[in-house]
Design a protein around this ligand. Sequence first.
Ligand SMILES: [Zn+2]
Ligand SMILES: [Zn+2]
Length: 146
Amino acid sequence: MSADDVCRGQCLCGAVRIELRGAHDTGVAVCHCYRCQRWSGGLYATFNAPAAGVTVIGDVARYAAPPLAERAFCPVCGSNLWLRDHTEGAQYELIAGIFPGASGFPLKSEIYVDQAPSYAPLRGDHPRQTAAEYEATNPSVEGDAP
Ligand SMILES: [Zn+2]
Ligand SMILES: [Zn+2]
């Protein structure tokens, strides 16, 4: 994708639209932790984009996921939009399913594989980490309680 292209996404009802400009990840990461399963209703699949390239159009509801992150969703239809640290300028972890252009992105990683539901195993040779492996190098942003 060139820098001039705009990648567009929207919630189910269209009240929230998101435009991406410039470089962003073109691979999808899946997190199977209990929090992400509960929030997404199943498969939590996202890709990262720098804050500077993200334009959000429409009102967004935010759940302050304790202690360090927010989870945003459409207040009208409930579509999940992103997870993001509260840190100023933090990148967006965007829900892949609201961007039609992301449907062709390859799966690049799975984390919390030891908490993954058995009903949807994911194929491929991408890196996989258990909760312990992931948390050994990444501080948990929301605490460990399922
Ligand atoms: Zn909506
Ligand atoms: Zn998670």
